[in-house]
Design a protein around this ligand. Structure first.
Ligand code: NDP
Length: 311
């Protein structure tokens, strides 16, 4: 008998996911945590922050699929068995949704919309000559599925785009930097910095005081990767002294952002509740089912996470 799938998330909708999976694989036996049935029958787990120990209690588990692109919470759980492959969700519609979100944030900064909102409150009609997009230097940290797609989209809109990643990349119309030696020159040429990095041991607080002050004075920041990649205390200080002029923050070191956090009250900061991109069950279920078939056929898996690198 083919193995069962365990759905374990307190955030995602089990009904929508079960329906989407059943439409593609009608004979899939879907169990919703905490109703595991016989744990020995579970072959695949589709999870977002499963309860500690739940995965370790599945003796015949062959694959864990993270319900999202960011695997930092899953890999931080020491009870996840080290020998089970971990895959993540990551499809073009997710990348497109993030790319649209980044485009909104970059255009809002580029076209000084926050300034016009201040003017509106003062009933002030004052026109600033817009700068052409080719004069605006956007820098994207992280050139994976999401960052790479956003870089191509912004380059297509005529922005002067550069990207930075761990390894060398080649993207048409995008100047690519990589590694520690590439970081300072990448930051020095960037007017609007977009952070789309995963949170790993290496990327925690990578955008700290040093990185922020490598950016030219008046630079703007968009973070829609993970809150922990930016040192929020350093960002707060840089916003207060005007070195960073504005920020759009979709992710935070602590989520939900605590009610007394200074970001809430800062006119130059747009606070968003981690809404950049989501997986749509009807679409993302295709890769989940594909991976189940691959496990059964002993074929290479899609979107596998490198547990050493942490993404
Ligand atoms: P990928 O794994 O596809 O890409 C990660 C990118 O980051 C790669 O280009 C990688 O470099 C780069 N990178 C990783 N570590 C380093 C490092 N130490 N130094 C330099 N570059 C590094 O991830 P995605 O693009 O799919 O997603 C990025 C993140 O976005 C996710 O991890 C998640 O946390 C976040 N996210 C946020 C959402 C939201 O709603 N706000 C929604 C979905 C995801 P290389 O290419 O060389 O390996």
């Amino acid at each position: 008998m083919a193995g069962a799938l365990l759905f374990s998330s307190r955030l995602d909708d089990p009904v929508a996911w079960s329906k989407a999976l059943a439409a593609l694989m009608p004979d899939l036996d879907i169990r919703v945590s905490p109703n595991l049935g016989d744990p020995a029958e579970i072959e695949t787990a589709l999870v977002w922050k499963p309860p500690p120990g739940e995965m370790a209690a599945l003796p015949n588990l062959k694959l864990i699929i993270n319900l999202g692109a960011g695997v930092d919470p899953l890999l931080a759980d020491p009870t996840i068995p080290p020998h089970i492959p971990v895959a993540r969700l990551g499809d073009q519609p997710m990348a497109q949704m993030m790319s649209q979100f980044v485009t909104f944030a970059v255009l809002r900064h580029h076209r000084d919309i926050a300034m016009y909102q201040r003017q509106q409150r003062a009933r002030q009609w004052r026109y600033e000559l817009p700068r052409p997009s080719y004069e605006c230097q956007v820098g994207i940290m992280g050139l994976g599925l999401l960052g790479g797609t956003a870089a191509r989209t912004l380059a297509g809109l005529g922005f002067n785009v550069a990207g930075w990643a761990r390894s060398p990349h080649t993207i048409d119309g995008v100047e690519c930097f990589h590694g520690a030696p590439g970081l300072a020159p990448f930051l020095a040429r960037t007017d609007i910095l977009v952070v789309l990095l995963p949170l790993t041991k290496e990327t925690r607080h990578i955008v700290g005081r040093d990185a922020l002050y490598c950016l030219p004075r008046g630079a703007k920041l968009v973070n829609c990767g993970r809150g922990g990649t930016v040192d929020e205390a350093a960002l707060l200080a840089a916003l207060e002294d005007g070195h960073i002029a504005e920020a759009t923050l979709d992710v935070f070191e602590q989520e939900p952002l605590p009610p007394d956090h200074p970001f809430w009250g800062m006119e130059q900061v747009l606070v968003l509740p981690h809404t950049g991109s989501i997986a749509i069950p009807e679409i993302s279920a295709r890769d989940v089912v594909d991976n189940i078939r691959r496990v059964r056929a002993g074929q290479p898996l899609l979107n596998v996470v490198d547990r050493v690198k942490g993404y």
